[in-house]
Design a protein around this ligand. Structure first.
Ligand code: GDP
Length: 306
């Protein structure tokens, strides 16, 4: 929680300052305060639709309470936002670094456009699973981006897990096939497949991801168990747009939102979590191995709006 507070410092100081300014000279939460709050949430990348839902909830509560002092505003904001996310995210996937309740091997396919932190997130995941005593195999199937394979191999060495690669410009589905095969042979707990994310060629990407899935299913018919989309939180609304585009290309089961440290756009996690009904599983709050956290709605909202 402390690391999370620190990671979200930029986002929350912005929001906090704006709210403090909005309530100066006010004693109770009135329409004017709520109008300002609405603007603050939208400018904090929470997203228009989600902001409106939050404001409606607060309005209702304020109306029921008859008198709400401005001192209570941040508590109410936290509670209503958390309640909204809770309500809309019933189909939670297991979000932890444990695999005990998952099929073995568990095949996780990771998608996302270049630069969002996909490789780094895979490295961090490998580290966390490994730390919990799980055996991990990585597949370097992002064979298009220069250095992607090398970067994943570097993470593999750093963390101490096997990386299956065929070099650059090779067939990604053949890498995925081998990674799943080796994972099964070595009795791995988790197999994580890195894939290329060239969203500008949507039809090709759709075909390519489809092929990767079909080919790995020759080894393990139920694979992949999960497709995770990685989004760069520091791009704010762009992350939302990418989520919208990717969900058209392939089924997405979970999200990882990176680079929430050093950005004031942390509010985007709330909007994305509300809009897509796809559980946010992990958040990235730094470049190091340890800087990946399991996403907890209540803690996140608590850190952001405090
Ligand atoms: P990919 O192209 O999607 O595989 O992206 P990379 O994993 O290579 O990451 C791109 C850059 O973002 C690298 O410099 C990473 O160190 C950095 N990065 C990834 N995740 C985070 C994060 O949570 N916080 C910060 N500050 N940087 C990150």
């Amino acid at each position: 929680k402390e690391t999370l507070d620190k990671g979200l410092e930029k986002s929350k100081s912005g929001i906090f300052e704006k709210i403090s300014r909005a309530v100066v000279g006010k004693s109770s939460v009135d329409e004017e305060v709520l109008d300002e709050l609405e603007e603050i949430l939208i400018s904090s990348d929470v997203g228009v639709d989600t902001t409106i839902k939050i404001i409606r909830r607060i309005e209702k509560r304020v109306a029921e309470d008859k008198y709400t002092s401005v001192e209570e505003l941040d508590t109410i904001l936290r509670e209503e936002t958390a309640a909204l996310l809770e309500e809309n995210n019933s189909q939670d996937v297991q979000n932890s670094f444990e695999t005990d309740n998952l099929p073995k091997p568990y095949v996780l396919m990771v998608v996302g456009v270049n630069g969002v932190g996909k490789t780094t997130t895979i490295g961090k995941l490998a580290h966390n699973f490994q730390k919990n005593g799980k055996k991990v195999v990585l597949g370097a199937a992002d064979t298009f981006r220069a250095a992607a394979v090398d970067q994943l191999k570097l993470w593999g060495e750093r963390v101490g897990v096997d990386v299956i690669d065929h070099g650059m410009n090779t067939d990604p589905s053949s890498v995925a096939y081998d990674a799943v095969k080796v994972g099964v042979e070595k009795n791995a707990d988790v197999i994580i497949i890195d894939t290329a994310g060239r969203l500008h060629t949507k039809v090709n990407l759709m075909k390519e991801l489809g092929k990767i899935k079909r080919v790995m299913q020759k080894v393990l018919p139920e694979a992949p168990h999960e497709v995770m989309l990685v989004l760069d939180g520091s791009t704010g609304q762009n992350a939302t747009i990418q989520a919208r585009e990717f969900t058209k290309v392939t089924e997405i089961n979970s999200l990882a939102i990176t680079k929430l440290d050093g950005t004031a756009k942390g509010g985007v996690v709330i909007g994305i979590s509300d809009e897509f009904k796809i559980p946010v599983k992990y958040i990235g709050i730094g470049e190091k191995m340890e800087d990946l956290q399991v996403f907890n709605k209540i803690e996140f909202v608590d850190s952001l709006f405090k």
